[in-house]
Design a protein around this ligand. Structure first.
Ligand code: SF4
Length: 133
């Protein structure tokens, strides 16, 4: 048996194993980076009550919890029909709004009508709510 044949037969599976190990490591690193970058973006958000978010939130009539705000008359809403669907006042919250999650990705709770560093609650709402299409 030729030594070079033995080497090439034995090396190829080891190379494949190394290749797959490296690919798994890279995939894991990519998933970790994505998770870290998302949590970092989320951590950088300020609440709507913070000094830099308070004025834009007030201009929109933003409330942090639509159900509570409707009950306490902190926001006034009527049913709204968008593209043939009628949304009750209670359904008109940020998570259903066309402006939600537009600043830093759909999983980061921000509003396109507010500064990008301001967080809005998916359960919140404001006077400019409009249904996602
Ligand atoms: S515009 Fe939409 S996402 Fe922004 S605060 Fe108002 S209801 Fe929430």
């Amino acid at each position: 048996m030729n030594e070079s044949n033995v080497d090439s037969n034995n090396v190829a599976p080891a190379d494949r194993r190394d290749f797959f190990k490296k690919m798994l490591a890279l995939a894991g690193a990519g998933a970790f980076f994505q998770l870290f970058s998302n949590s970092k973006a989320f951590a950088a958000l300020k609440p709507a009550t913070s000094p830099s978010c308070k004025a834009p939130a007030a201009a929109l009539g933003y409330v942090n919890n639509l159900a509570v705000a409707l009950k306490n008359h902190k926001i006034a809403k009527t049913a709204k029909t968008v593209n043939g669907k009628t949304w009750t006042p209670l359904e008109q919250h940020c998570a259903n709004c066309m402006f939600f999650g537009k600043n830093q990705g759909k999983n980061v709770p921000t509003c396109a009508l507010m500064p990008p560093s301001c967080a809005v609650s998916p359960h919140g709402s404001c006077n400019d709510w409009n249904a996602k299409s």
